[in-house]
Design a protein around this ligand. Structure first.
Ligand code: SAM
Length: 246
């Protein structure tokens, strides 16, 4: 199935671009420090950013000394922003679907992806392809929506009491893997739910060694600056992983 490319939908993009994490705001994202902590030293290394969006990470890798960074994204709107605001002489932005790109074996020391894998149907195939593109000793670092988040029982996820207060987070059909549609700025936004075991075993089956798994939760400083976000500690939204090719 072709990727949905919802980020090129003008109504979706208008909503998404209001998020605090959009563009230069990526540094204020709750899981930002956790993501940076997983990245290897990229000095002189070659990196690929899958679903690079506005290019913040690709630019960060280049300014951290990467010899070359390729950022791939299916959305022309996101890439236009990347080229305008996160350009760098050692970064190349390419419009392509993650499902379609191919690279020679051993091409990169780092393959990174921030919040894009939950748009891709064939996770096992993707991590096998990434394992092939990595040089020995290279790492893949990715974040994705957490299985407890993608298996939410309703668009909003929260169960409410009669006074409209959030009582708990609802998970449903956890074992039913595959695409689910939800309203996020517009109806019909398609994301793929996978079980936690599927995410882990896909990496192991691709011959990668899992080095770290992080379920980011907000700490005190972030909660002080985001006082309405206390519920972020009640369920995980993201999962971050670093795995290495032996
Ligand atoms: C949540 S945004 C994250 C963007 C960026 N990585 C960041 O951290 O801000 C998801 C990005 O993945 C891209 N994307 C979604 N599905 C894709 C696919 N199948 N192939 C390539 N890019 C895709 C979207 O266009 C969007 O830019």
């Amino acid at each position: 199935m072709d990727p949905q490319n919802i980020y090129d939908d003008p109504r979706f993009f208008a909503g998404y671009s209001t998020l605090e994490r959009f563009g230069a705001g990526w540094k204020r994202a709750m899981e930002h420090a956790d993501l940076l902590a997983l990245l290897p030293d990229v000095n002189g290394r070659r990196a690929l950013d899958l679903g690079c969006g506005a290019g913040q990470l690709a630019h960060h890798l280049a300014t951290s000394g990467a010899a070359e960074v390729i950022g791939v994204d299916v959305s022309e709107r996101m890439l236009a922003l990347a080229r305008a605001e996160f350009a760098h002489p050692r970064v190349t932005y390419a419009r392509a679907a993650i499902e379609d790109v191919t690279f020679p074996a051993g091409r990169f020391e780092l393959v990174a992806s921030v919040l894009a894998f939950h748009y891709v149907d064939d996770y096992a195939g993707l991590v096998r392809r990434i394992a092939g593109w990595l040089a020995p000793g290279g790492v893949v670092v990715y974040s994705t929506e957490h299985p407890i988040y993608t298996a939410r029982a309703s668009d909003d996820g929260w169960a409410l009491d009669s006074a409209g207060r959030r009582t708990c987070w609802g998970v449903d059909r956890y074992a039913d893997e595959g695409a689910r549609e939800a309203t996020w700025f517009v109806p019909g936004v398609r994301k793929v739910h996978r079980m936690f075991a599927t995410l882990v075993n896909g990496l192991l089956d691709a011959g990668l060694v899992i080095e770290r798994v992080v379920e980011p939760t907000p700490g005190e400083p972030w909660l002080r600056s985001h006082p309405q976000a206390g519920d972020e500690r009640r369920r995980p939204m993201f999962l971050l992983v670093r795995a290495r090719k032996p």
